[in-house]
Design a protein around this ligand. Structure first.
Ligand SMILES: Cc1cc2nc3c(=O)[nH]c(=O)nc-3n(C[C@H](O)[C@H](O)[C@H](O)COP(=O)(O)O)c2cc1C
Length: 349
């Protein structure tokens, strides 16, 4: 294990800085494993929770029965707390919340949009803590008023679907204003412990990390998917390019490959047919949206790293090897402690 030497006094300071977030999660460390569709299933989630972080199952498009099975599978692998991430536009959101409650999941993370207040209420009445993604200060305030127990602020550095604002700016806008009110977890581009430390010092309760955990030995991602992460640099993880404003594209940060090039050609072809009057705007928009259907699964599970979607954050450059989840976590906590110790304000062996 390539874990930096630690300084007990510095580690005690890290524990103090993480105390609120860790207590909220019921975990040793205030580190959430960001839910990643297809990647964040029972093995990675349980490995993260067993290592003292907080794993989160990515429900994605799963139906309630399938989610219940995944929760049971995770419970069989860990007795530590973990959460479930639900996408708010899932047509069976209420049933998925009920599934989490029935399985006694302690934390539900609502992603992909502002959750209906009914879903927040149902989760809380069922005894779960609610975590919501807040893409801006006004929405963060609204989510707290609606009952969110904690927030994730995810910057555009992140992998997967992204907003337009960097974590650097979101943190400055939201942490000083709402950080005392609810625990706020920062996400996007975090690859090392020094960054976690700096956000904790700004008032974050903890961090949510995705990309850095893709190459955990316990992650079921295909070896070719992991290899692509290990090879890639930060500049390879780019947001989707939208060719024409008449055909909006939801920005997703991913490694560039043959698929991303083909997506540009696909947009150009749809646009040309639209201009020629051969396809309606609505039909053209659907054709563009359908391009990536199933593409993440193809990359993560089947290993099609050419045509599949290689969603990755800018922190991908800091992924250099396959290693156990526990080592990644220990490495990051060690980096944070070493950074503190190097300042000379904390003493210890
Ligand atoms: C491959 C991949 C799939 C993802 N899928 C989801 C998802 O299903 N739901 C979600 O809320 N976030 C998803 N995310 C975002 C992560 O939960 C997390 O917030 C993000 O990875 C943090 O940024 P980082 O990758 O720079 O650490 C995904 C990210 C990646 C890299």
């Amino acid at each position: 294990m390539a874990i930096p030497p630690t300084n007990p006094a510095a580690l005690a300071v890290i524990d103090r800085l993480m105390a609120r977030g860790a207590a909220f999660l019921g975990a040793r460390y205030a580190i959430l494993g960001g839910a990643m569709s297809w990647v964040s299933e029972r093995h990675l989630v349980a490995a993260l929770s067993n290592a003292g972080a907080f794993g989160v199952i990515a429900c994605g498009a799963m139906e309630p029965d399938r989610l219940a099975e995944e929760i049971r599978g995770t419970q069989a692998l860990t007795d530590r707390p973990f959460g479930v991430n639900l996408i708010t536009m899932h047509p069976r959101l209420d049933a998925l919340v009920a599934t989490c409650i029935a399985a006694r999941v302690g934390h539900i993370v609502f992603a992909g949009g502002i959750p209906p207040t009914t879903a927040i209420k149902a989760a809380k009445e069922g005894g779960a803590k609610v975590i919501c993604f807040a893409p801006a200060l006004a929405l963060a305030r609204r989510l707290v008023r609606s009952g969110a127990d904690a927030l994730v602020i995810e910057g555009s550095e992140a992998g997967g679907h992204i907003g337009p604002v960097s974590l650097n700016v979101l943190a400055q806008e939201i942490l000083p204003t709402l950080g005392a009110e609810v625990p706020i977890f920062v996400a996007g581009g975090i690859g090392r412990g020094e960054a976690v430390l700096s956000y904790l010092e700004m008032g974050a309760a903890g961090a949510q990390i995705g990309t850095r955990f893709v190459c955990a030995s316990e992650s079921i991602a295909h070896p070719r998917f992991k290899e692509a992460f290990i090879r890639a640099a930060a500049r390879d993880a780019l947001p989707t390019v939208q060719l024409d404003e008449r055909f909006p594209v939801i920005p997703v940060r991913a490694l560039q490959n043959a698929g991303t090039k083909r997506f540009l050609e696909h947009q150009a072809a749809v646009l040309a047919r639209f201009v020629a009057g051969e396809v309606s705007k609505e039909a053209g928009q659907l054709e563009i949206e359908h391009f990536w259907a199933g593409a993440l699964r193809r990359a993560v599970i089947d290993g099609d790293v050419e045509q599949g979607s290689l969603m990755a954050g800018q922190s991908v450059g800091m992924v250099t090897q396959i290693q156990p989840a526990a080592d990644i976590i220990a490495e990051m906590v060690g980096q944070a402690a070493a950074a503190l110790a190097a300042r000379g304000h904390v003493t210890g062996s």
